[in-house]
Design a protein around this ligand. Structure first.
Ligand code: MN
Length: 264
């Protein structure tokens, strides 16, 4: 699977610094939204990002959930010894592409969305009080977006020693688009507005700029971070899936022969 990915981050119109961090380093993509006033938020989200970047380099996709737990410990420890950052925390949402599967790991209220065949699907649960109320059916998504207590997290890095990391393996298809974002996007604009921009013409880099622009136009009260991935099947995938159904071209049959010959 080929991927074209882009990212953008913006301080917004109200905050004076940006506590979000991200990684765009194909095949690793991460959004982390730090919190904890003053320096805390930036420190927490960068500890999360740097820990995962290192562990991923050493051991690949499988290492990510453990790296999240390791980052959680590091944030808690640092908060205990450094009064300037006591009480800091961060969300964490990552995606790693392995062949044709996107491996998602998630804690907090940043989000992963899938746009497939024009339809937008939220892939992650918000680990917030209002998120729980939406899943129980006692609040609508629209009520949650403007709820005064919408930012209260029930799960994030830096809160408790034992952290549960949500995981999802998503087989991606030709034409899929995946968005990772901090809540500065989805608290400002509706899912319908997000879907319209993602489905629009243009490469992922343009979609990123349009998403940031829409969140700013809607008030930009929080930092905004977005990563957009666009997936395209590679020609070898097509040969694989059609090998039995069609007569292969000379070139394709050559490739299949070489693949068969490699078998023991
Ligand atoms: Mn935020």
């Amino acid at each position: 699977m080929k991927v074209d990915a882009a990212a953008a981050t913006d301080v917004g119109l109200v905050r004076d610094h940006n506590e979000d961090s991200y990684i765009l380093d194909t095949p690793l993509y991460v959004v982390a939204d730090g919190m904890g006033g003053h320096l805390g938020g930036e420190v927490a989200s960068s500890i999360a990002i740097e820990t995962v970047r290192e562990r991923f380099k050493e051991a690949g996709a499988e290492a990510v959930p453990d790296a999240v737990r390791e980052a959680n410990d590091a944030i808690l420890e640092r908060g205990q010894v450094d009064a300037e950052v006591t009480g800091m925390g961060t969300t964490f949402t990552s995606a790693v592409l392995t062949a044709t599967t996107l491996n998602i790991a998630h804690v907090g209220d940043s989000r992963a969305y899938l746009l497939r065949d024009g339809e937008l699907r939220l892939l992650t649960d918000d680990h917030t009080l209002v998120g729980e109320m939406v899943r129980e059916g006692s609040l609508t998504e629209d009520q949650a977006r403007v709820h005064p207590r919408r930012s209260i997290l029930v799960r994030a890095l830096g809160i408790e020693p034992n952290i549960e990391v949500d995981r999802l393996a998503l087989p991606v298809r030709d034409g899929d688009r995946v968005l990772l974002c901090s809540d500065g996007l989805n608290s400002m604009i509706t899912d319908a507005a997000i879907a319209e921009i993602l489905a629009g013409e243009g490469i992922p880099a343009e979609a990123c700029q349009r998403l940031i622009g829409a969140a700013r136009d809607a008030g930009g009260t929080d930092n905004i971070t977005v990563i957009v991935m666009g997936f395209t099947a590679e020609p070898t995938d097509v040969i694989d899936s059609n090998a039995e159904a069609t007569v292969p071209s000379a070139e394709a049959s050559g490739l299949i022969d070489r693949l068969l010959r490699r078998k023991p």
